[in-house]
Write a protein that binds this ligand. Structure first.
Ligand code: DX5
Ligand code: ZN
Length: 220
């Protein structure tokens, strides 16, 4: 089994000095930049849009993992790719024609992910699992950083790995929300490949060390 990846969420960075936090992530053991885009409609908050993402892309030396918390994301896939996305993740709950949306992401040459809210069953992904690169299991209700981790996530990871077995063994399982050292070991042992961490990293006294500790947990 490959070592798990760490994706610090820029939502928790200092927007007044983004370049400093981007350099920190560049020089850390982090694997990706996690970019949270919100529309104030699908989720009850607005984060930032493509101009800010382009500014991140300009300095980032690692892939941008873009989490679109927006309704009807088809309208923005091209802009997302043009703004530097490597992975584009859309919400299951926000796509009336999810299969078409995922095909469009792949036609752009990006990797395709599907995010599911805490109330959404992993069973609903069965028909698209062969066609996607990643599932993002939300372990909080999307919209805000710094929320409390929801514990049914462990069961969902195991269930999803079971569904994907034999159909898509390369499927990446990402966990997003409330992730830190209190749950990282259990998440990776359950089958998570990518840990998104916002406040755990950026509120730490030493963010580089926080990333180092998340990356180097003892997994059995
Ligand atoms: C929540 C976002 C998350 C968030 C995670 O809607 O999708 O990526 O930034 O932040 P923490 O790690 O603080 O829960
Ligand atoms: Zn996110």
């Amino acid at each position: 089994k490959n070592i798990h990846m760490i994706a610090p969420s820029i939502l928790a960075a200092d927007f007044g000095n983004l370049e400093k936090d981007i350099s920190m992530v560049n020089s850390s053991e982090a694997d990706w930049f996690h970019i949270d885009i919100m529309d104030g409609v699908f989720v009850p908050n607005i984060s930032f849009g493509f101009p800010v993402m382009q500014a991140v892309a300009k300095h980032a030396k690692k892939p941008l993992d873009v989490h679109l918390m927006i309704i009807d994301p088809d309208r923005y896939l091209q802009a997302c790719k043009d703004s530097g996305a490597s992975i584009i993740t859309v919400h299951y709950e926000a796509c009336a024609h999810l299969h078409r949306t995922l095909s469009a992401i792949k036609e752009l040459g990006c990797q395709a992910g599907v995010a599911i809210n805490p109330h959404t069953s992993v069973q609903l992904l069965k028909e698209v699992i062969a066609d996607i690169d990643m599932v993002c299991i939300m372990s909080v209700n999307p919209g805000f950083g710094g929320q409390t981790f929801i514990a049914n996530t462990y069961t969902k990871i195991k269930e999803l790995r079971h569904i994907a077995a034999g159909i898509n063994d390369n499927l990446l399982i990402e966990v997003d929300g409330g992730v830190g050292l209190t749950n990282a070991v259990q998440l990776v042992e359950a089958g998570a490949d990518v840990l998104v961490a916002g406040s755990f990293v950026f509120n730490a006294e030493n963010p580089i060390d926080a990333i180092h500790r998340l990356k180097n947990i003892d997994v059995t």
